[in-house]
Design a protein around this ligand. Structure first.
Ligand code: IMP
Ligand code: MG
Length: 209
């Protein structure tokens, strides 16, 4: 039997990350620029969570996260919300070609929770053309919810192709293809703790096909 690889000891709670490790971790070498730092995300999510909790009062929220992109955002945001929450995840077909959208989104894996008379909070990573959220909100409304609101981590400016505004927005970003904190390029970079723009030579590497 192979010996187990050497295991590192867990960080003690409250132990600060050594500076060399912290900076290597924050600015991923493949990024040209960091648009939103890890600390800025954490701060903003606390505020968003407080706003959302205040808006819903004592009501229960049925949160619907669009996976995979919203998975990190939803996980962290929901921990800043003090209301009772039910969580569902849906998957939308990718209608994008490389970094631009090309077709119409469709629900691949639909709601499993009953949404009738529920306060639904739809959570996505980024509002770009708006086609995804318009389509999903229409589908939710057909199920007779008490209310539907939307929350996105990022809103890309100057890109809307349909008339749509999210109720809660974390950050407005310029029209650049963003990766990190759930957002991917060819399924990579979702685990970066910050959000940034990839170096241009990495936007189409043939070895990723
Ligand atoms: P929309 O339907 O055009 O608004 O696109 C929404 C979806 O496109 C998001 O949920 C993302 O999955 C994807 N998307 C749009 N812009 C970006 C980006 O800059 N980086 C990564 N994914 C993006
Ligand atoms: Mg996505």
């Amino acid at each position: 039997m192979q010996p187990l690889p050497q295991r590192t000891s867990p960080f003690l709670v409250g132990e600060p990350l050594p500076m060399s490790k912290a900076s290597a971790f924050h600015s991923h070498a493949d990024l040209e620029t960091v648009l939103v730092s890890e600390i800025a995300i954490k701060r903003r999510l606390k505020k968003l969570g407080a706003e959302i909790s205040a808006l819903y009062g004592k009501d229960e929220i049925t949160a619907i996260a669009i996976i995979n992109g919203a998975i990190l955002f939803a996980a962290d945001l929901l921990r800043e919300i003090t209301n009772p929450v039910r969580l569902d995840c849906i998957r939308i077909s990718s209608y994008r070609n490389e970094t631009r959208s090309v077709g119409r989104p469709q629900i691949l894996h639909s709601f499993t929770l009953d949404l009738t008379n529920r306060h639904v909070l739809l959570i996505d990573d980024i509002l770009d053309t708006g086609k995804t959220l318009v389509m999903v909100v229409q589908s939710i409304k057909k199920l007779g919810p008490a209310s539907v609101r939307t929350c996105v981590l990022l809103e890309k400016q100057g890109r809307r192709e349909v008339d749509f505004e999210a109720d809660f927005v974390g950050f407005k970003i310029p029209d650049k293809f963003a990766v990190g904190y759930g957002l991917d390029f060819a399924e990579r970079y979702r685990n970066l703790p910050c959000i940034g723009v990839l170096k241009s030579h990495l936007q189409n590497p043939p070895e990723w096909a």
